[in-house]
Design a protein around this ligand. Structure first.
Ligand SMILES: *[C@@H]1O[C@H](CO)[C@@H](O)[C@H](O)[C@H]1NC(C)=O
Ligand SMILES: *[C@@H]1O[C@H](CO)[C@@H](O)[C@H](O)[C@H]1NC(C)=O
Ligand SMILES: *[C@@H]1O[C@H](CO)[C@@H](O)[C@H](O)[C@H]1NC(C)=O
Ligand SMILES: *[C@@H]1O[C@H](CO)[C@@H](O)[C@H](O)[C@H]1NC(C)=O
Length: 963
């Protein structure tokens, strides 16, 4: 029955599609891209052309990491709302002129890492709202003079790492870009930078990046062309030749506050001139990877009173000698990362009386240097990536203002109780990636202001009661990727403000997950418990549900990543989580979910039960979570999505059901999700026949739901289509399906048969009647056209059983005595002529038709035909041609319909032989008169016709009675 229904729907569908009933395409699902937050994302899709199905409403378009080599004029013609366009990492070498003219709203264009060799005139025509243009890492050698002419609003231009060599090219750039603030032209081949090459001032320019122009020999300013420049990067310039610095008036660069001269190859004299010209403006100086004169340069720069930030990375410092920074009294931020400092000297940083931030990352410290103690102003200290193996009680002595301390990625194996005793203001402490196995009492009594503590990637196995007792300000605790297998009751006592705890990737088992552990975390919002060994054996209720005190919890991520044994979810596991919004329980091999599981979490918005062995999901599971917006059920062996039909998920926007076992999507399933706007079914394989035809239409035409990667869905069945793309299957393939043809022909036959059956059963006599009426009308026309004169006076219609009477009584009387010419079928019909033609001709060639009516007559098919033809003539020609002679009495009780009309007709030419037994003479006289009547205008002709119909129905009733 289902099959029949399906076939029928299929047939209808195919008919519709054949007749071109399909709706016009307003593609929402894209062929190669997806849309997220109104941005089209097409990254890493092996694209060689710009997709043309991007809807005009998008404001972002990311085509990075593809194989596009050319941009054509029409490529972006409809994207009038686009604000950002990323084409990073393609092979673009040709851009047609005018390719961007339609992008009137574009603000950011990124063409970094392509193969452009030239920027031609008018290339960027139309981009008058563009503010940021990136062309770095191409092979650009030439820039046409007016290439940037139309970019009147550009303020950021990156032409770094190209093959530019002449400043005159840059000159034209600046000429046309009056609003330019950031110009990056590092990594090119410029050999000189001379103000005389520029025609006018660039008053808005704030940042100039010349770094990595290793051939730059001269920096020569004779006029003040960049009066507003605040940031200048000359890093790694002049590698091949020592650079000459010639700035004619010290005031020219008088506003530069940020200077990078890392790796700059220049004489000490030049450096001195350079630094001195920034004497009153310089705030931040980078002098990393200097080859020589570092001490001298530190001394010069520390003489600049405004300098507060000094970066000295990768300078090979092995020790910080007492003199190194003795002039740097005003420096508050010192970055010494990536040196080889082992400093044990007490006084290294003593002169840095203002020091607030000290970075000693990536050095060779084996312990916290004495030098960092007693720095009364220090706020941030970074000791990460060193070789520190232990923290002493005095290491951070008196650092009472320290806010941030990072000791991550060292070799610490345990903490002393007193390690952080003075760090009263500490807010962030990073201890991750060490070897810590024992926290001891380090967090029991100190660090009252700590907000964030990272202890992940250590070797912790047990968290003892009260370990974090003093951390009443802590909000964020990372304990993931340890080997914790025991959480003592009260482990988290004191953490009353904790909102996030990360416990994933440990060795926790079910017994650790209990109320005495988690009950203390009254303000917890996020609990990560993934990738542990938590396993329940039953769906039954458990006593003391572990999270029942966590009424503020919003996100719960639980269970193992690689747990191989089958498990269950106790139906009341989530009891108490009245504010839970997100629940993820992936990959725990749960076999089924109890329908009541989510009765405790009415606010749930996001549910992930992917990577389980569910096969089927009860629709009641969703009965109490009506707010669900996102559902992930990937890799769970689902055989169908039927659960959606009854789940009533009216708010569901996002559904991910990757890699399952269903192959057909029904209309019912998808229409049960009225709010759905994103559907991800990647990795399923589909039945490519008309079963999915509706889905295919829907993917292509619906304008609400985006089906991710739909154009890559593959057919798995039927075998012949295996590997083909579902969305490439043509509708016509559907309609020429052999099975379908068979179906159509059989169903048509069936329908016709049924029709015929019903018609025959209920309407056959009406039909026969209509048929003869039609024939009669045709013959009537024919006859009238012939205008034949009447050959006979009367055509006698009778039944063969009444022939004796006709021959013995009627014929001698009428033909012999009265002299009428009669037409009798046995005598006057032309042999070989179709019987109906004979009848019709006889009637039309006779003035009258005399019907000899008996029961048998009425039962005879041919006789009734004669009546019909005659009656038609009666009605049509308005001639009273019919004479009825009743041979026998037909009782009224037997013929109710006929009886009433008989009275009506008695007034006219109704004769009864049986009644006229005693008055034969009168009978024949009446008949003579009836035959004599010529061309009487028909009275009540309609009534007569009705009468004839009644006769017909009488005949019909007789037939039915016989059957
Ligand atoms: C171009 O920018 C101006 C100013 O930001 C804005 O008013 C205008 O709407 C933008 N044009 C388009 C087409 O977005
Ligand atoms: C320099 O920049 C500031 C703000 O960025 C601006 O107010 C000032 O007018 C600019 N000076 C010149 C000479 O353009
Ligand atoms: C700097 O530019 C001036 C003016 O163009 C020129 O006279 C001078 O020789 C240049 N200096 C160097 C070192 O090229
Ligand atoms: C440097 O320029 C300033 C202002 O432009 C001017 O007042 C001063 O005289 C110039 N100094 C020299 C040595 O040319």
């Amino acid at each position: 029955n289902h099959c029949v229904k399906l076939l029928f729907l299929r047939a209808l569908f195919c008919l519709l599609s054949i007749t071109g009933f399909a709706v016009p395409v307003t593609a929402y699902t894209l062929k190669r891209c997806r849309i997220s937050r109104n941005k089209a994302i097409c990254t890493e899709s092996h694209l060689t052309n710009i997709p043309q199905d991007i809807p005009a409403r998008v404001i972002g378009f990311d085509l990075s990491k593809n194989r596009i080599s050319k941009i054509k004029v029409s490529d972006f013609k409809d994207l009038k709302n686009l604000k950002t366009l990323y084409l990073i990492k393609n092979n673009i070498s040709v851009i047609d002129k005018g390719a961007f003219t339609h992008l009137i709203a574009l603000q950011v264009l990124n063409l970094n890492t392509n193969s452009l060799t030239e920027v031609e005139d008018n290339l960027f025509d139309g981009l008058s709202n563009l503010t940021e243009l990136r062309l770095a890492k191409n092979h650009i050698q030439a820039v046409a003079p007016s290439a940037f002419q139309s970019l009147t609003n550009l303020n950021f231009l990156d032409l770094g790492n190209n093959k530019l060599h002449s400043l005159t090219q840059v000159k034209s750039i600046l000429h046309y870009l009056p609003h330019l603030q950031y110009l990056w032209i590092g990594g090119n081949n410029f050999s000189t930078f001379q103000s005389s090459d520029f025609s006018s001032k660039s008053t808005k320019l704030r940042e100039l990046d010349l770094s990595g122009n290793s051939n730059l020999k001269v920096f020569n300013l004779t006029t003040d062309i960049f009066p507003n420049l605040t940031s200048l990067n000359l890093g790694h310039c002049g590698k091949t030749n020592s650079m000459i610095w010639e700035v004619h008036n010290k005031t020219f660069l008088g506003r530069v506050s940020n200077l990078d001269i890392s790796g700059l190859n220049m004489s000490l004299e030049g450096m001195k001139t350079l630094l001195e010209s920034l004497n009153s403006s310089l705030i931040s100086l980078r002098m990393s990877a200097m080859r020589r004169n570092v001490q001298a340069l530190i001394n010069i720069s520390c003489g600049i009173p405004s300098l507060s930030k000094l970066e000295l990375r990768s300078n090979g410092f092995k020790a910080v000698t007492q003199n190194l920074f003795h002039l740097c009294v005003s420096v508050s931020e010192l970055d010494l990362a990536s040196n080889q400092i082992r400093c044990r000297s007490d006084n290294c940083f003593r002169s840095l009386r203002q020091l607030r931030i000290l970075n000693l990352k990536s050095n060779r410290l084996s312990s916290v240097p004495f030098a960092t103690r007693n720095l009364p102003t220090l706020e941030e200290l970074d000791l990460s990536f060193n070789e520190i193996s232990a923290l002493g009680c005095q290491d951070f002595a008196n650092l009472t203002t320290l806010r941030k301390l990072s000791i991550r990625q060292n070799m610490i194996s345990s903490l002393k109780d007193c390690a952080f005793k003075d760090l009263r203001q500490l807010q962030v402490l990073r201890l991750n990636n060490n070897y810590i196995s024992n926290l001891n009492g380090a967090f029991k009594n100190y660090l009252p202001n700590l907000i964030s503590l990272t202890l992940n990637k250590n070797r912790l196995t047990i968290i003892r009661k009260g370990t974090f007792a003093s951390l009443q300000s802590l909000q964020n605790l990372s304990l993931h990727e340890n080997q914790i297998n025991r959480l003592e009751p009260g482990s988290f006592i004191g953490l009353t403000n904790l909102t996030i705890i990360q416990l994933q990737s440990n060795n926790l088992t079910r017994s650790q997950i209990n109320i005495s552990v988690f009950g203390a975390l009254k303000n917890l919002k996020t609990l990560h418990l993934m990738e542990n060994h938590i396993k329940y054996d039953t769906e039954d209720k458990i006593v003391d549900p572990p999270f029942s005190q966590l009424s503020k919890l919003e996100t719960l991520l639980i269970f193992a990543q690689h747990y191989r044994l089958k498990s269950h979810l106790p139906q009341n596991l989530l009891q108490g989580l009245t504010n839970l919004l997100v629940f993820r329980t992936r990959n725990i091999e749960i076999l089924s979910l109890h329908p009541d599981t989510f009765n405790y979490t009415p606010l749930l918005k996001e549910l992930d039960i992917s990577s389980n062995e569910l096969t089927d999901i009860p629709a009641q599971l969703f009965s109490q979570i009506k707010n669900l917006e996102k559902l992930y059920v990937s890799r769970t062996n689902l055989r169908s999505l039927d659960f959606l039909v009854n789940a009533n998920l009216t708010k569901l926007r996002f559904l991910q059901v990757r890699k399952n076992a269903f192959s057909v999507i029904s209309e019912e399933q998808l229409q049960s999700l009225p709010a759905l706007d994103y559907l991800d079914m990647q990795g399923n394989s589909f039945t490519c026949n008309c079963d999915n035809a509706w889905f295919l239409q829907w993917v292509k035409n619906n304008n609400q739901t985006q089906v991710y990667d739909a154009y890559n869905f593959e057919c798995n069945y039927p075998h012949a289509l295996k590997g083909m793309k579902l969305l490439n299957i043509d509708f016509h393939t559907c309609s020429v399906d052999i099975g379908f043809i068979c179906f159509m022909s059989t169903s048509c036959t069936v329908i016709l048969f049924l029709l015929a059956f019903f018609t025959y059963h209920f309407l056959r006599w009406q039909l026969v009647y209509a048929y003869y009426l039609l024939l009669a009308s045709l013959f009537d026309k024919k006859q009238r056209n012939k205008q034949t004169s009447h050959q006979y006076d009367a055509f006698v219609s009778y039944n063969i059983h009444d022939e004796p009477w006709v021959l013995r009584e009627l014929l001698p009387k009428l033909e012999g005595e009265q002299g009428w010419r009669l037409c009798l079928h046995h005598r006057d019909f032309q042999p070989g002529k179709p019987i109906l033609d004979n009848i019709t001709d006889a009637i039309y060639q006779s003035r009258k038709t005399l019907c000899v009516i008996s029961r048998r007559y009425l039962e005879s098919e041919w006789c009734s035909r004669e009546i019909q033809v005659a009656s038609f003539r009666l009605f049509d020609e308005r001639k009273d041609v019919l004479i009825l002679v009743f041979l026998e009495e037909i009782p009224g009780w037997q013929l109710t319909p006929y009886h009433r009309i008989r009275r009506l007709l008695r007034r006219r030419t109704y004769l009864s032989w049986s009644r006229a037994e005693e008055h034969r003479g009168l009978f024949w006289e009446k008949l003579r008169q009836a035959l004599e009547t010529k061309e009487d205008p028909v009275l009540q002709s309609k009534k007569t016709l009705v009468f004839l119909k009644k006769i017909f129905y009488y005949i019909l009733s007789q037939h039915l009675l016989q059957e």
